[in-house]
Design a protein. Sequence first.
Length: 141
Amino acid sequence: MSKYRDWWRRVAVDMIRQYPELRKRKDEMQKVRITASFKPARRGSGAGRATEAAAMRQLEPAEERIIDAVELAREEILRHRDGREVMAIVTMVDLKRTHSMTGAAMTAHMSRKTAQSRRGRFIYAFAKYYGFSKDYPSEPK
């Protein structure tokens, strides 16, 4: 089996695949219950006020960094002329994990090699924003 030239590529793909779960956890943590509770106060431990408890709940800094890098990479890729196609491939293969690379390429009406190349551009953009890569190809050839 051949190896990628970049040592961080497999790690970056695994981080990108964590994004949907991390985004879901972050959204759930930020929900604040704003209606008053009419239950009698109980004794015991725990935060007394819902707003303060919500402010204390947050993801680890490394998890926040993954979310930020994926969202910045997505914004950058969508500025390219074929950005929607790239994001469709990434969504099918990495984020939703509903298709293999071949299946995603067939769904997007392109060759497998083209789909791999476009997905690679997203991975490089993620790596640039996460801090792995210094040599990022900005535009497709």
